[in-house]
Design a binder for this molecule. Structure first.
Ligand SMILES: [Fe+2]
Length: 229
């Protein structure tokens, strides 16, 4: 599984986890900050991307600077081997490398237009969860149940779709993740992702998320991974 995760994520992430002069960089957004109004407000988008995500990138680079021997490693390589990262920067790489990976993935999965799952993905969702609506309800339940900060994911694992949740900036790619697999959907449930508009009502934010999900991209990811995992 570990080898397959690495190969697969090399493909998916190569466009947004590249380095410039051995430094990780903030990937450009493919839309404007107000692209998802009214579901996600523009101030949240700007702060989330330009402040929070940028800080993860900067902090990751600062950690890697302490161990130049790691500068030839890609992000997915660092995360899939997180337990082998030197101990003095392991927490920093986990939190900030995870933050960079998760947010890069999240931005890619947002879309201002309406999309829907491919026939192949819908069939898999129905097979696993009974219906698309049941899947959404289960995803929402997992998202609202995550105590504190974290993420909820739809992953492909052992050939099946599975909803999992991770704390902080952990993700299913990390070598010590309890539920490893190939992510095809992710939702950030840190308060910084929704508090300005939704305050403590995380449930409303999670429900609004379905209006901006890029099912075309998720379907492409499922198509790429369904036979690999
Ligand atoms: Fe975030």
């Amino acid at each position: 599984m570990k080898t397959k995760v690495f190969i697969s994520f090399m493909t998916v992430l190569q466009l947004f986890t590249y380095r410039l002069d051995a430094q990780f960089v903030l990937p450009p957004l493919q839309y404007t900050y107000d692209a998802f109004v009214p579901h996600i407000d523009s101030v949240t988008m700007r702060i989330h991307y330009n402040n929070h995500h940028r800080a993860y990138v900067n902090n990751l680079n600062a950690a890697i600077d302490k161990h130049p021997e790691l500068k030839n490693k890609d992000l997915e390589e660092l995360l899939s081997g997180i337990t082998a990262v030197p101990e003095d920067i392991r927490v920093a790489v986990r939190n900030n490398g995870g933050g960079h990976y998760n947010h890069s993935f999240f931005w890619m999965l947002l879309n201002p237009g309406q999309t829907k799952p491919s026939a192949k993905l819908e069939k898999a969702i129905v097979a696993e969860f009974g219906s698309v609506n049941n899947f959404k309800a289960e995803f929402e339940k997992t998202a609202t149940a995550r105590f504190g900060s974290g993420w909820v994911w739809l992953i492909v694992s052992d050939g099946k779709l599975k909803i999992v949740s991770t704390p902080n900036q952990d993700n299913p790619v990390m070598s010590d993740a309890p539920d490893k697999g190939a992510p095809i959907l992710a939702l950030d449930v840190w308060e910084h992702a929704y508090y300005l508009k939704y305050q403590s009502n995380r449930s409303a934010y999670v429900k609004a998320f379905w209006n901006v999900v890029n099912w075309d991209k998720i379907s492409d990811l499922y198509n790429a991974y369904s036979d690999l995992y």
